[in-house]
Design a protein around this ligand. Structure first.
Ligand SMILES: Nc1ncnc2c1ncn2[C@@H]1O[C@H](COP(=O)(O)OP(=O)(O)OP(=O)(O)O)[C@@H](O)[C@H]1O
Ligand SMILES: [Mg+2]
Length: 261
């Protein structure tokens, strides 16, 4: 077992008072699997991602536990979390551009991460690690990519760079929060196939967040269905598609099949 979320509830403080984002959520991520978290907008998917990274706003209310390597993430001191983030739990976010600084080259930003996370001693090192990671995510013309600034790359290229940076740190768990929803469908399927290959070749464990059942079908081993902050079911993908238990999931799948799958 890599991660165990136990009875997690999160509320955000807003002008209207507390907003319940997650209610009593419990699930487990096992080594080597891709666990999908599927739910509509506002259902609490990203809240799960940022809870696991212990990056919730300081005035949010949280209850429950998140065990990673037998330690409760939610009670770790910030200093310890800085060692865990990136190095042990990686994140690839929805908007590739949001992960990069527009005025720094890709090479600078990659080396900065490697240095910050203790993989290299000074910024002139690490080219071998970078090129190896680019190869793993199938980025052609690596030297040109390295010289580029974020706006000079396409969304798909930038997302591959983000994935390369994430896997270069060899995290135990990779969280991918809607990593393809900003990309067009051809690029989306390339990135999803790449994640599938990386899962096999690197034995990656992935928490894959999406609103898209198509992607769940292609990629995931097991699935958590989230609705309005509550988990409706946690099942193997095959069981979910063949015999959903919960009424919400049944409707979700019906809409999916009605759309022609
Ligand atoms: N920082 C915040 N402050 C106040 N409310 C928030 C904050 N972040 C999220 N929320 C609220 O919490 C609920 C869950 O949000 P969350 O971002 O986890 O949903 P999501 O499933 O990731 O949605 P999407 O598919 O649109 O990304 C929503 O009602 C949202 O408005
Ligand atoms: Mg989200």
């Amino acid at each position: 077992m890599i991660l165990q979320v136990k009875d997690l509830s999160v509320s955000y403080w807003s002008r209207e008072g507390y907003v319940d984002a997650l209610r009593h959520a419990s699930f487990t991520v096992f080594e080597g699997e891709i666990l999908g978290v599927v739910g509509e907008t506002g259902s609490g998917k990203s809240t799960i991602a940022y809870s696991v990274l212990n990056l919730l706003p300081f005035d949010s209310e949280r209850a429950g536990e998140i065990f990673f390597k037998n330690e409760n993430i939610l009670s770790q001191p910030e200093k310890q979390m800085q060692k865990i983030r990136g190095s042990q739990i990686g994140l690839v976010a929805q908007e590739p551009a949001s992960m990069f600084n527009p005025v720094l080259s890709i090479k600078y930003q990659f080396q900065e991460v490697l240095k910050e996370k203790g993989k290299i001693k000074n910024k002139s090192q690490g080219l071998d690690i970078i090129l190896d990671s680019f190869k793993k995510v199938k980025l052609p013309e690596p030297m040109r990519i390295l010289r580029s600034y974020p706006h000079q790359l396409s969304g798909g290229q930038l997302q591959r760079v983000a994935l390369a940076i994430a896997i270069s740190l060899k995290p135990t768990l990779l969280i991918a929060d809607e990593p393809t929803s900003a990309l067009d469908v051809t690029i989306e399927s390339q990135i999803v196939n790449l994640l599938k290959e990386l899962k096999e070749s690197l034995n990656l464990t992935v928490l894959f967040i999406t609103h898209n059942l198509d992607l769940v079908k292609v990629l995931c081993d097991r699935v958590v269905v989230l609705y309005q902050g509550r988990i409706k079911e946690v099942r193997s993908k095959d069981e979910l598609f063949s015999a959903p238990q919960d009424d919400y999931t049944k409707n979700l799948l019906k809409a999916f099949h009605d759309l022609g799958d």
